[in-house]
Design a protein around this ligand. Sequence first.
Ligand code: PL4
Length: 401
Amino acid sequence: MIKRNPCITNIRAGYLFPEIARRRREYAASHPNAKIISLGVGNTTEPILPHIDQGLTEGARKLATVAGYSGYQDEGLPELREKISAVFYRGQFTAEEVFISDGAKCDIGRLQLLFGAGTPAAVQDPSYPVYVDGSVLIGAAGGWTGEGYAGITYLPCTMENGYFPDLSKLPENSLFYFCSPNNPTGAAASREQLTALVAVALKKGVIIVFDAAYAEYIRDPALPKTIFDIDGSRECAVEVNSFSKPAGFTGVRLGWTVVPLELKYAGGESVNKDWNRITGTVFNGASNIAQAGGLAALDGEGLKEIRQLSDFYLGNAKRIRDALNALGIVCVGGDNSPYIWARFPGRDSWDVFAEILEKCEVVTTPGSGFGPAGNSFIRFSAFGHRADVEEACSRLARLRA
Ligand code: PL4
């Protein structure tokens, strides 16, 4: 018999989101009349808007014609790669530096293959679980210490440091997963902070995996939407991004990764060339239909719809934040991101999760699921129908009792 992959044995807990779903099911089974509302997983709820939908529909129709049929697209439709560079990066990248994917999470997993078990990883703590769990799966995380993995450097992002890590603790020659606007804290890094990050990365030989999945939620014009707005970043960063949260493509599946030609390993080899090789080997391209939708999302009408949809979820976020503030609960986020990060001092996150579920019948996400520094916090997601969010907000008043 084949032995189990020790990297899988090394994973400490079940993946966070299925665990939340399990607890929700358990509560529902014992409370059959409960009307549970989810502010837990960051899953979009609103229909795809008409212009983008038309792009998807026409993409599907074209496949049924001789002239319009297309098969494998490998790294992605050239016109979509160029359009992404033009819309999000002021045209600074060639098509060969923009790789179309089936979503940011999938590309994060593939990037981990690219850097392998020998590269130490550093994360913001708390952070999106895929960075740590994926590192465990490829054997880059080391053993479990009781609090975290020995091979991962956790850089706390707390209320005290304004949710931006102490960069002096970033190990040399490591891969640093950095997400802004952040999941789960909702904090968006300033230009000064990102400038400092790039300077430290260049000095220490660090490669930044910049996750910009929520960039289209930034409303403060002073905040950068991409690491590539910062000088020097082309030599030290890759960026993953997605149509999931701006266009409602969580189920359609479409994203992209930018790997600049200037990015090199210690030996001077091209990371872009290796990324092309890896994706060519283990990925066969995003759906042509999704890419047609992506092209529609990036023209004038589509960009208006992206704004409309993200404004809607930000409207939900404001309602949630106001409801929590009215209870005297300290929280951040929700202004340039769809997540609100609420503090429950001295409490265990899973206990607060259970209390909110029992008293309010609202599902949230416990902060400790995102890393040790997330304990005593709860993440509220602003993805939901307006009526559900308003009902959840009114139920939160039950936490007073
Ligand atoms: C639940 C920082 C959500 N089953 O849709 P993708 O793959 O383009 O993007 C996923 C993604 C990438 N980067 C960040 C993210 O927060 C997400 C989505 N995160 C959440 O609630 O934290 C959905 C999670 C999904 C999952 O495991 O990703």
